[in-house]
Each structure stands twice: as structure tokens, then as C-alpha cells.
Design a protein around this ligand. Structure first.
Ligand code: CP
Length: 306
């Protein structure tokens, strides 16, 4: 039995295999629509979600399985004080696989220690979001055709943005990748990511407060939302929330083949006027999420198409 708590729980080869399966599902969905018959996915979401929860549920339903769970911790017994460990010990008797989102960093890891079935981290606080990274990698493979030798700009809330942390970990394993870290001082990348996955690996990087100064150097611009829910005071959030707004004018400074990604939801950081630019791929990115999650569920349950 395996759990996916961090993207590094999957080797480069396993990620490649998941991408191949996702692509085969995209091409031949009918081959997969019964593979998880009689299997149950539990989605335990202690924090709001649209894409992750619904794409997990859509993934399991598309594989012929069933889903149960909650999307609001207030409707579960955690509202009465039940611990994550006890919740998972119980739910793992009702389901074959669990996807969990929690506001506390490390909660899915604790869950995995008390579960009888595989646990997938669907986002833990400002820590990690490994299945978002699988979605991001499938997008990069489709849009850029490679993972190597790419200059990846990460812009916005690099401190709390868990998709950023997981994407840096994943991309740091490919040769020739460079990072450009674009953020205000207060939202810089935490040292637990920067030290281990950039500096210690000798990866080339630079930091900038200005998006305009660096956008022309990027193969990928990964925009992020300033994470209001992680701020301790509203004044800081209001001061920082509109630091970066990507507009069609800024896109004129970018290369013709640069792609714009965003894990979504967006607030103001990408103008809707950018949506029609062919380089904007954040809606395609969200679409791919269902297929990589189908591939991941199959892998963890050990099921295959005929
Ligand atoms: N990208 C992402 O995790 O979106 P949701 O919060 O809607 O799941």
C-alpha cells in the first residue's frame, strides 16, 4: 500500500508512466470506464475546493467507481473535536482510497499513518499539493513537449502557495531547469523549499520583485493567487493582494511561445482579457486534472485497463 503525500513519493519514471496513462485515457476513455467498479473513493475536504475535489470525484466516477465524503469539515465529526487520526481510521473502513485536503500542514501524513487504504494529499495548508503538480506536469508536457531546459517563472505568493512548492520539487529533478522567483519580500519562497530543492541542487535561479523585468526570459509563467486564508491580518493581505496583475500589455513583453499557467482559483492576478491569448493555458491545465487523477487512482489501487 502506498500513500502520496509529497510529489517526491513518485519517481521520475512513475510520473512519466502516469502521464502516459493520462494521455491514453484522454485518447481512449472507453477503455477505462469499468476499471474501478466496486471501488470507493472518500474525499475528506476540511478546506474549500472546486477543482481538486470535483476532479477527484469525476475521476473515480469515470473509472466506474463510487464516491463518498464531505466538502465541509463542519458537517463531519471533526466539528465535535474528532482527530484526523480517528476520522481516517474510521473512513478507511468505508472506502478503498482517500483524498484529503486539510488546512494544517502534515495532516495527510498523519492520516496516512492511521489508514488501512492509500491516502492522497489533496493540499495541506501552505505546504504541498502533489496532485496539482501532476496536473501541471501533464500541462507542461502537452504545451512544451519536454521538462528539461525550461526557465520557469513563479510569480505571486511563493510563501503560502503550495502548488509552487510541489512544482519546484518536481521540476528540480529535470536537467537544465532554471527558476525565476517573482514575489514581494513578504511572500518569498520559504527556505525549506529554496535551500533543499534549488540551492543544494545547484540549480540556477534569480529573484525579482518585478514581473516586467523578467517576463521576457521565461518559457513558463506560473501565476499564483495571494492566499488570503493564510494571512494573520487583513491589512497585510489588502496591501499585497494586487502586487501582480497580468494584463495583455504585459503579455506583449513575453516570448511568443511562453505559456501562462495558474493552479486557479484566480482573483485579480490575471486579467480576464488574457484568457483569449493562446499562451494562456490555465483552463486546459484544470481540465487535465481529471485525467492524471484517474491515472493516480488506478496506480494506487493496482488496477489496469484490459
Ligand atoms: N488548484 C486547486 O487546488 O483548486 P481548488 O482549491 O479549487 O481545488
Amino acid at each position: 500500500m502506498r500513500h502520496i503525500i509529497n510529489i517526491l513519493d513518485l519517481s521520475v519514471e512513475e510520473i512519466e508512466e502516469l502521464m502516459d496513462t493520462a494521455d491514453d485515457i484522454l485518447a481512449n476513455p472507453g477503455r477505462y470506464n469499468e476499471v474501478c467498479r466496486h471501488k470507493i473513493l472518500a474525499t475528506l475536504f476540511f478546506e474549500p475546493s472546486t477543482r481538486t475535489r470535483l476532479s477527484f470525484e469525476s475521476a473515480m466516477l469515470s473509472l466506474g467507481g463510487q464516491v463518498l465524503g464531505f466538502s465541509d469539515s463542519g458537517s463531519s465529526s471533526s466539528a465535535k473535536g474528532e482527530s484526523v487520526a480517528d476520522t481516517v481510521a474510521i473512513v478507511s473502513g468505508y472506502a478503498d482510497i482517500i483524498a484529503m485536503r486539510h488546512p494544517k500542514e502534515g495532516a495527510p501524513l498523519v492520516a496516512s499513518m492511521h489508514s488501512r487504504v492509500p491516502v492522497i494529499n489533496a493540499g495541506d495548508g501552505g505546504h504541498y499539493h502533489p496532485t496539482q503538480t501532476l496536473t501541471d506536469l501533464l500541462t507542461i508536457r502537452h504545451e512544451k513537449g519536454r521538462f528539461e531546459n525550461l526557465t520557469v517563472g513563479l510569480c505571486g505568493d511563493l510563501k503560502f502557495g503550495r502548488p509552487v512548492h510541489s512544482l519546484i520539487e518536481a521540476m528540480s529533478r529535470y536537467a537544465g531547469v532554471k527558476f525565476v522567483l517573482i514575489s514581494p519580500e513578504e511572500l518569498k519562497l520559504p527556505s525549506f523549499v529554496k535551500q533543499e530543492f534549488i540551492k543544494d541542487k545547484g540549480i540556477e535561479y534569480r529573484q525579482s520583485r518585478s514581473l516586467d523585468d523578467v517576463i521576457g526570459d521565461l518559457d513558463i509563467l506560473y501565476m499564483t493567487r495571494v492566499q488570503k486564508e493564510r494571512f494573520f491580518n487583513e491589512e497585510d493581505y489588502l496591501r499585497l493582494k494586487d502586487t501582480y496583475i497580468l494584463t495583455p500589455e504585459k503579455m506583449k513583453l513575453a516570448r511568443p511561445d511562453m505559456i501562462v499557467m495558474h493552479p486557479l482559483p484566480r482573483v485579480n492576478e490575471i486579467s480576464t482579457a488574457v484568457d483569449d491569448d493562446p499562451r494562456a493555458c490555465y483552463f486546459r491545465q484544470a481540465y487535465y486534472g481529471r485525467f492524471v487523477r484517474m491515472a493516480l487512482i488506478m496506480k494506487l489501487l493496482g488496477v489496469h485497463a484490459e
